[in-house]
Design a protein around this ligand. Structure first.
Ligand SMILES: NC(=O)c1ccc[n+]([C@@H]2O[C@H](COP(=O)([O-])OP(=O)(O)OC[C@H]3O[C@@H](n4cnc5c(N)ncnc54)[C@H](OP(=O)(O)O)[C@@H]3O)[C@@H](O)[C@H]2O)c1
Length: 250
């Protein structure tokens, strides 16, 4: 972690938050070095929000950093090749189509901070985008499959929020219409880091269990795409059925 700042102090973080929401006075925040692999709907908006909170963001896509000049100019993020973006990162977000995960450069996490937390935002869309991924069809959770592909544990988060809502629906803690997002992961420390970041981004974080339980938040479940508060998200996770419906099969 790079540094600790406090919302109550005049800091670069507070300045950048702008009109979206102000951190509650006295709440501790931490500036992290964050790599975002994927600069599309989710990666672009996470880059916007995380830079606005003062985090040090490096973003990558498949076509190379020169193609990210607009996003860099808009946000102040850095751009890098996917193989280099995670260098020194405290947190890496993998936010690319599921079918592209096997194409990530081998060892792309090797240079990251040794306590790096890796977030997977992905969803398996076999019919619309990804084609058949046999291990997922056979019952592996989507994030377990991603974790196996990249050879690193992941925390599953942001997979069920419509990308524009990362900006439009961010709210301060006390707001009555603040949305809640489920977070699954096997390592409690890593999961806490992500849950804290979600709170900082303006959403409530709900612990959704382990990666093997993360089918509860995959496409086709009640919580997927649900814009609701924490109690409703917890209920929707509990109501989920571990059956992959035909529309979510290849
Ligand atoms: N869209 C949503 O509202 C939403 C919501 C929640 C979760 N998700 C999930 O989050 C993931 C990302 O979704 P998205 O909508 O943001 O996707 P997207 O708009 O299609 O963007 C995908 C990004 O991934 C990059 N990419 C592809 N292959 C790559 C590789 N090998 N190395 C580095 N970057 C690579 C692409 O770069 P190039 O353009 O250079 O190829 C692009 O920047 C998906 O799994 C999706 O299902 C999406």
């Amino acid at each position: 972690m790079l540094a600790v700042v406090f919302w109550s102090l005049p800091s670069i973080k507070q300045e950048f938050v702008g009109s979206l929401f102000e951190g509650p006075s006295g709440v501790e925040g931490e500036i992290m070095k964050i790599a975002i692999i994927g600069a599309g709907n989710i990666g672009g908006n996470l880059t916007r929000r995380l830079t606005s909170l003062g985090h040090e963001v490096t973003v990558a896509n498949s076509r190379g950093p020169e193609t990210l000049a607009e996003l860099v100019a808009e946000t102040g993020a850095s751009a890098a090749d996917a193989g280099e973006a995670a260098e020194g990162a405290d947190l890496v977000v993998v936010t690319i189509p599921e079918c592209k995960v096997p194409l990530l450069p081998v060892g792309f996490l090797d240079g990251a901070n040794e306590e790096v937390v890796v977030v997977d935002t992905g969803n398996y869309y076999p019919q619309q985008r990804d084609g058949l991924i046999a291990a997922i069809e056979d019952g592996l959770t989507e994030s377990r499959w991603v974790s196996n592909q990249i050879g690193f544990p992941v925390v599953k988060a942001f997979n069920g929020i419509y990308a524009p809502n990362l900006i439009k629906r961010a709210r301060p803690k006390e707001a009555t219409d603040r949305l809640a997002l489920p977070v699954a992961g096997d390592d409690p420390r890593a999961k806490n880091v992500v849950m804290d970041l979600i709170e900082e981004l303006g959403f409530d974080a709900v612990d959704a269990g382990s990666i093997d339980e993360s089918w509860r938040q995959q496409p086709g479940t009640p919580v997927y795409g649900m814009d609701a508060d924490g109690d409703s998200v917890r209920q929707a996770l509990a109501d989920a059925q571990s059956v992959r419906m035909p529309e979510w099969r290849a």
